[in-house]
Design a protein around this ligand. Structure first.
Ligand code: IVH
Length: 680
């Protein structure tokens, strides 16, 4: 390489890194733009340049991406200061008890509080170095999160540069405004994408997009609520005012409260007026204001003692049940949907609600999530509705005193409401299914799912066109999509040659999407993106998956709870079905040949190690499982002679005896932390 001035090589470096980012994104979305060798060469060049200019390392330097996985979209980052969570309190009575606890720990204490709103979003660690926003990392399991800097940099109310060149480690909440959320879901509805359940899920999903430009379009926002480590001011409210002065977005609704009574009033006030905000809150947060006292009170392994979340109870309204409609899902499940007299709830007007399943409606007594019991629901009833974390609220009770006697029982359908076909209930399941494989409603939903972004990603095939293709008899299964010809398409109303070509190209390109996408696209009951990925990794090919035995499938789920068993049975039954088998053969015949998926990491401190997890742990078991797998380990459900470690929490049960008998090493959580960190 010819010698170059420092400035030109810096420019080149920035360009090369941008190129690497583009290639990485393309690779991850299943549409690689370069060969692996070309990509590797590019990374080499970047690293050579970076070695010559270490000061130019940036957030997207390949060297900062976790070792061994240069294609990882959101590299793991360990938090220098762990991101804790808050203890939840559900009433002002619990708030008083909480204060008593503080006073027992520090009897001579004299402190005031700060009350804030608890925004329902995604917590984020934000790193500024010399005043520049250098890194944004999600909370993850509190110890390690995912780096999402490029996406967070698109947030318009977050400055990339502070008014002073400071080093700061901030904590904040990334969220959607209610309007932004509604807009996003409207677009998704139009495009036939599944809707986000609530603004929090939408924010989490958006932060994980590979396309930062799309993140920018969606319009996330951020609110700063604290600092990691010790702030430079004597009180929290002063610290927050100082952060505001640096140009950072902090809450306008922060209130210094000399007494707990004032905190309680803040909570009650916002509980009543939460509707006036243009974002979702799920409670208030109370914090000790004086930093000196915070230090004295300290923290437990999970949460600081000096703060707590005061959560709102779910909002409940009363309205009339007008009709029960039956909806046919893509796997044939029949779901009863309540049509209601419209009523305002949680910031929107509600006119539909979920009624779980027919068995539950028909049962004489139902139970709400809070343990209350209520009578069977009838059409014409005045019912109570609650909105939990979902957009579609739940029916949680019946006002029996309002019955006139004219209410009509809700009867399960005898036929599929869409195709008139036969209905079946499956052994051990409460759901009813339409078992007609040619049911047009099912087919329509299956095709929409098949082409959706997380599945085969054929974005030029919208719902209107799918309807035209079905109505014209041009397709009867998803495999038929691949038989479409240009004359067939241009023969449809509103389809020009150019869009026909575009669709055919998109279909062609989709034939080699990675296997996990195809598995997800097939509409196997309960198989979402992550289960599809697990299945793809475990079985390697669609044929191997189709031939998997029930026990083998069940063995995939570490927690052999009912849900795992149900998922395994659903998958097994799906592939036993003749129509589905015929479809798989047909997909192969039309040239669908999925690319193999990346194997689980073969590197890492636990590579090749088998781990069993038991007992009550301080982190959710699923998180431990993910952490072990990320480190290259494999988690299984039962202790055997092949097991390397038994991670044991409180009350480990019989697995501890098994481990002792078989000479398996038993480790505690801190010991597992060491193993994950590569210490022997
Ligand atoms: S203070 C040690 N203040 O709620 C954690 N958290 O359940 C200190 N949150 O993870 C958190 N608004 O993501 C704090 N004003 C606020 C907040 C807030 C929302 C979130 C945050 C945290 C979660 C705790």
């Amino acid at each position: 390489m010819p010698p170059s001035s420092p400035q030109t090589s810096l420019d080149t470096l920035l360009e090369l890194r941008a190129k690497a980012r583009t290639l990485r994104r393309a690779y991850l979305t299943g549409r690689p733009l370069a060969s692996d060798a070309e990509y590797d060469q590019l990374i080499q060049r970047i690293q050579t340049l970076e070695q010559a200019h270490p000061e130019s390392m940036g957030w997207d330097s390949p060297g900062l991406v976790v070792e061994g996985t240069p294609q990882q979209a959101f590299p793991s980052q360990r938090h220098a200061v762990p991101m804790l969570s808050l203890e939840n309190l559900y009433s002002t009575a619990e708030l008083t008890q909480w204060e008593q606890g503080l006073l027992r720990l520090a009897p001579q204490a004299k402190f005031s509080y700060v009350a804030e709103l608890k925004i329902d979003g995604v917590s984020m660690a934000l790193e500024y170095r010399q005043g520049e926003l250098t890194r944004a990392v999600t909370r993850g399991d509190g110890v390690t999160g995912e780096e999402v800097t490029a996406n967070v940099k698109t947030i318009s109310n977050l400055p990339h540069r502070l008014r002073e060149p400071l080093d700061l480690d901030l904590r904040g909440e990334v969220y959607f405004s209610l309007e932004g959320f509604a807009r996003l879901n409207e677009t998704r509805e139009e495009e036939g994408e599944p809707l986000f359940k609530n603004p929090r899920n939408a924010a989490a999903g958006t932060l994980r997009l590979l396309d930062s430009a799309e993140v920018g379009r969606r319009g996330l926002r951020v609110m700063i609520y604290g600092l990691a480590g010790d702030p430079p001011h004597a009180s929290h409210h002063q610290t927050m005012a100082w952060l505001k002065g640096l140009g950072l977005p902090v809450s306008e609704q922060l209130e210094v409260c000399p007494t707990l009574d004032q905190v309680a009033r803040f909570y009650e006030r916002w509980r009543e007026h939460r509707e006036s905000l243009d974002y979702m809150i799920d409670g208030a947060v109370v914090k000790v204001d004086e930093l000196e006292w915070r230090r004295v009170l300290g923290e437990t392994a999970k949460s600081p003692r000096w703060a707590a979340a005061l959560k709102f109870p779910p909002e409940r309204v009363r309205t009339r049940l007008l009709e029960v409609r039956v909806q046919v899902g893509r796997s044939g499940v029949l779901t009863p949907v309540a049509l209601l007299e419209p009523v305002p709830l949680g910031g929107t007007t509600v006119s539909r609600a979920t009624l779980n399943n027919f068995q539950q409606i028909a049962r004489l007594e139902n139970q709400t999530p809070h343990g209350e019991r209520f009578q069977q629901v009838r059409v014409g009833d005045w019912i109570y509705l609650e909105k939990g974390g979902e957009i579609i609220p739940k029916v949680v009770g019946v006002d029996e005193s309002a019955r006139s006697g004219a209410e009509q029982p809700v009867l399960p359908p005898q036929h599929c409401p869409e195709c008139g076909g036969a209905i079946q209930s499956l052994r051990g399941e409460v759901e009813l299914y339409c078992v007609n494989p040619a049911c047009p409603a099912q087919l329509f939903r299956r095709i929409r799912h098949f082409v959706s972004r997380d599945a085969m990603d054929i974005d030029t095939l919208g719902p209107v066109l799918i309807g035209q293709l079905l109505a014209g008899g041009l397709i009867h299964t998803v495999a038929d999509l691949y038989r479409l010809t240009e004359p067939q398409l241009t023969g449809l109303e509103g389809i020009r040659e150019k869009s026909a070509r575009k669709l055919l190209d998109a279909l062609e390109a989709s034939k080699t999407r990675p296997l996990d996408r195809l598995i997800h696209a097939l509409s196997i009951p309960n198989v979402g993106v992550s289960t599809a990925r697990q299945l793809a990794r475990r079985y390697g090919t669609l044929d191997a998956l189709a031939l998997a035995g029930l026990d083998d499938l069940k063995g995939m789920w570490m927690l052999k709870n009912n849900k795992g068993g149900e998922v395994a049975e659903g998958i097994y039954r799906f592939f036993q079905d003749d129509a589905q088998r015929a479809l798989l053969t047909d997909l192969a015949r039309v040239g669908v040949a999925p690319a193999p998926v990346e194997a689980a990491p073969q590197q890492g401190p636990l590579a090749g190690k088998k781990v069993v997890i038991t007992g009550t742990l301080s982190l959710k078991r699923q998180l431990w499982k993910e952490r072990v797998e990320k480190a290259g380990g494999e988690v299984s459900s039962a202790v055997s002679a092949k097991t390397d470690y038994l991670l044991a929490g409180d009350k480990p049960g019989s697995k501890l005896d098994d481990a002792a008998r078989m000479g398996v090493r038993v480790v505690t959580e801190p010991e597992m932390e060491d193993l994950l960190a590569g210490k022997p």
